[in-house]
Design a protein around this ligand. Sequence first.
Ligand code: FAD
Length: 448
Amino acid sequence: MSSAVPVVTARRVAVIGAGAAGLVAARELRREGHDVVVFEQGKQVGGTWVYSGEVESDLLGLDPKRSIVHSSLYASLRTNLPRECMGFRDYPFRKKEGKKGRDGRRFPLHTEVLMYLQDFAAHFEIAQLVRFQTEVVFVRFAQPGKWKVTSTSPHTLPVDDIYDAVIVCNGHFVLPRLAHIPGINAWPGKQMHSHNYRTPESFQDQVVVLIGSSASAVDISRDIATVAKEVHIAARSVEDDKLGKVPGHENLWLHSMIDSVHEDGTVVFQDGNAVGADFIIHCTGYKYDFPFLETNGEVTVDDNRVGPLYKHVFPPALAPWLSFVGLPWKVVPFPLFELQSKWIAGILSNRIALPSKEEMTKDIEAFYSSLEASGTPKRYTHNLALHQWDYMNWIADQCGLPSIEEWRREMYMATSKNRVLRPESYRDEWEDDDLVLQAQQDFADYLI
Ligand code: FAD
């Protein structure tokens, strides 16, 4: 596939966002010889990993006029993937021995991930491509084959720029999705989304119900249980033998989903149990949101499906001039972003060929039909889970690169298993040291 088209062309490319996706996209674009501008509304690189103690003015995220805080991190967050598995393929996430402020653990605190991304940006001299405190507010077609990007910065008038291509890397853990709870309008307690959870102190002696079963729900429930009177987790598809008090905790219970809530403060679960609760925390995920993007309907978000997109990246009608890095979830994000970015950069320069619009459309239709046939809800379109390896290897092949390292896949699987086996301690106890060794041998090729 690669080298099918011999003319290599440099493009002027706008990247929206300087999180992990935007940083690696910028690196790959520049390596390929493109002219890159990265727009970043914040003051520094790192995206999600820039922790903020602030919360939004509407804790549920419903008010469109609320102040928006980009990061969803809580103060105690440690990674849920081991660092060897999590890092970019050619810039390993290694321990920085003896450096002040670093966390050398395999599953480090969030601050360590931010420092790793800062190191990455410094090593590849990416910050000089970034316009900080510059928010993209409008992206639309200009003359044929060009995009007009409008951005705003503090104390200046909006600026318009013209680009050949736009790569959207704006992250998708910002706009909350909420659970539907029968009776919620009359329920007198307080509610928030996990996006606005930072520290447990304000839950002292409270009865708290958390909805969800993601890594955040597990972490936040344990965090709050250190100070709350009672914590109850309501989750879909809990095995019967797991319902009830969570082993090792005096004040933490696992329930099936909430059935209804009532004016007297009661929360009734589908398993028949009921509690009087003060607080409900929705740990129920996020919605994709591209408030700046105007494509005349060529790209829409429908029940959290961003589409139509070829391989979660290119809308056929606008390819390759519009692309998205980072939409898939339940994945190992950084290596996946890295591969998507290499693919886009090579396509933009004509080094790698894309199929025709018709072929891409057919591929997308077949993909959507397969989801429907397997009963997969639309909102799970970008949930790759076990398919992520075939997906990444397919892109690697398009780029003429080696497949994903076998140790990385095995480490991901081993971690998932360990998380189920040792939900309280998987970050500090494991059995895959042989894979760590393999990873380290691999990393020896990169002298950083
Ligand atoms: P982001 O990091 O969100 O970056 C997007 C950037 O775009 C931001 O800097 C934002 O300011 C900027 N931006 C947005 N809109 C605009 C605009 N209009 N104009 C200009 N700039 C804009 N991944 C792991 O690998 N391991 C983990 O352990 C892990 N834990 C996680 C825990 C939580 C609570 C969350 C929320 C996520 C976690 N992730 C984890 C996933 C994480 O989101 C990804 O690893 C990755 O950091 C996402 O990068 P991104 O660049 O796609 O998005």
